[in-house]
Design a protein around this ligand. Structure first.
Ligand code: ZN
Length: 507
């Protein structure tokens, strides 16, 4: 074994301080969404701001720069330290990447942006409730200008959108997304048209009224079954489900309750559990360094969709758990057959709201946003033309036109908070999950039978071995290639959706 490198340890220790503070910030944000008394909102904002300032200071401060410079040439990126392991070298490159990004944005810009987005979120909320796009439009205009400025500060070669995308999906370029989404759009649109011409599935059975406490009880039961550790995690309720992990030993997730649609709570729970299992599976010894962090938002989303869709909406899963659901909810679901239940939870239908979309229309919602936000950033789409552009694309892709801008271009918070470049990661996540799942099911050809027996340990283990254990040692494309032996492409995702939904609708 090599002697530990003192300089590397020193940098890790400084970086650890920032990670601990960001964990604290995560816990008080979690509290804000779950248990905080509403009167504390103002001071909570102050608390978060102070913490954000402290974290930024550590990550851009002289001690950090000095420690980093000892190990790597910051402008050139060549490693100076000798005897570092491969993972440590990868870690250094990520530290340098983060440092350059954090230094690229002037403090004044970051503060102006925070002020603008906090105003813009409030205006968006009000404008959405009144369906008043013209009230929101000037703010969106300002945000676009700031986004272009941000891209300039961060730097890019081909397209300003590259710089924004890179914040959420490191090293992925706009042209990569174009190459993946263009054939995906074509295949999924064709599949969707075919499905909609077949006889529709009846999902009335899912819409029984079920009490909140029973929904939570059943969700907690499922969490235990899949191996979510309640000694190191919890489940609570919030308006929008989310997951927050301050450390691999503290993983908090939330779900939502819809009295008349039991699957909202179950899907929300399994989705967030997937995010939490990823964080819980990151190597503890590397906590505070890039080797203890998730790769990208897309890879994170692959983990949540894996548990929510590939496992949680599979027939084998419900073969095991429908009888349990029937026990917990008494007579509500007593006469439902497995086949009927499985078909109902996988019903495909056009809808306006992305977060409620089924598996087939989901990527179309995301492609719509990607095409629009890319056009807004490059300036080929003016904000005043956004509602029409949205409605046209919605009609073209999903076959429906929203009656209001509130259920159209104002439905998501992302643009109001300045998260341009984020949307593609939702679909990338599904694509990563699909390709990973093909590799997983080749290695475990009996996966369905094992899940029918309530065995999930081998699933968690596979994900840990192929994804979690590496932290940020690889970028997303490298990781997928390593785990699956194939270059990352849209094919497995298209095949998955085509096979699953043709069997459901066209047989
Ligand atoms: Zn998610």
């Amino acid at each position: 074994m090599k002697a530990p490198n003192k300089d590397y340890e020193n940098l890790h220790n400084i970086s650890l301080q920032a990670r601990i503070l960001s964990g604290v910030s995560g816990i008080i944000s979690w509290d804000e969404e779950t248990y905080m008394p509403p009167g504390a909102a103002t001071i909570r904002g102050e608390q978060l701001k102070v913490l954000a300032g402290m974290i930024h200071k550590i990550k851009t401060g002289p001690a950090y720069a000095k420690a980093l410079t000892k190990l790597i040439d910051i402008p050139k990126g060549t490693i100076k330290a000798e005897g570092l392991s491969k993972p440590q070298q990868a870690s250094l490159k990520q530290w340098r990447r983060d440092y350059l990004r954090d230094k690229a944005l002037p403090i004044k810009f970051v503060e102006d942006m925070a002020k603008l987005t906090s105003q813009s979120i409030n205006v968006w909320r009000e404008a959405r409730s009144k369906n008043a796009f013209l009230q929101f439009a000037p703010y969106l205009d300002k945000i676009i200008l700031m986004m272009r400025k941000k891209a300039d500060y961060l730097g890019y070669e081909d397209h300003p959108y590259d710089a924004l995308l890179d914040l959420y999906e490191p090293e992925m370029k706009t042209k990569d997304i174009d190459l993946l989404f263009t054939p995906l759009r074509k295949s999924i649109s064709a599949l969707f048209k075919q499905l909609m011409s077949a006889k529709q599935i009846d999902d009335k059975i899912l819409k029984s009224t079920v009490p909140d406490d029973k929904q939570i009880e059943f969700s907690k039961y499922l969490l235990k079954e899949i191996g979510f550790d309640f000694h190191k995690g919890r489940l609570d309720i919030s308006t929008h489900p989310f997951s927050s992990s301050s450390h691999p030993t503290d993983n908090r997730i939330t779900t939502r309750i819809n009295k008349n649609m039991i699957m909202d709570c179950i899907s929300g729970t399994l989705h967030e559990a997937g995010h939490a299992l990823y964080e819980a599976g990151l190597p503890i010894e590397h906590y505070g360094s890039p080797l203890g962090e998730h790769i990208s938002m897309g890879v994170h989303e692959s983990q949540s969709r894996w548990w929510e869709k590939w496992i949680g909406q599979s027939k084998s899963f419900w073969k095991r758990y429908l009888p349990e659901l029937q026990k917990v909810f008494g007579n509500k679901f007593k006469d439902v057959s497995l086949d009927h239940f499985y078909r109902a939870i996988n019903k495909v239908e056009p809808s306006f709201i992305r977060v409620e979309a089924d598996e087939v229309t989901y990527p179309l919602h995301v492609i719509l946003r990607f095409e629009l936000e890319k056009a807004m950033i490059e300036g080929s789409l003016k904000i005043r033309d956004l509602p029409d552009a949205w409605n046209e694309k919605m009609q073209d892709l999903i076959g429906i036109t929203p009656k209001t801008n509130s259920e159209g271009c104002m439905q998501d918070i992302h643009w109001a908070w300045g998260a341009f470049g984020y949307f593609p990661t939702y679909t990338l996540g599904n694509m990563y999950a699909a390709q990973l799942f093909v590799a997983f099911s080749k290695q475990h050809s009996n996966w369905e039978r094992r899940i029918e027996q309530g065995d999930f340990a081998f699933v968690k283990e596979w994900l840990h071995h192929n994804v979690h254990q590496y932290g940020r040692q690889y970028n997303s494309k490298e990781l997928i290639k390593k785990a699956t032996g194939k270059v990352f492409k849209q094919d497995d995702y298209v095949d998955y959706l085509t096979n699953k939904y043709k069997a459901l609708y066209l047989n």
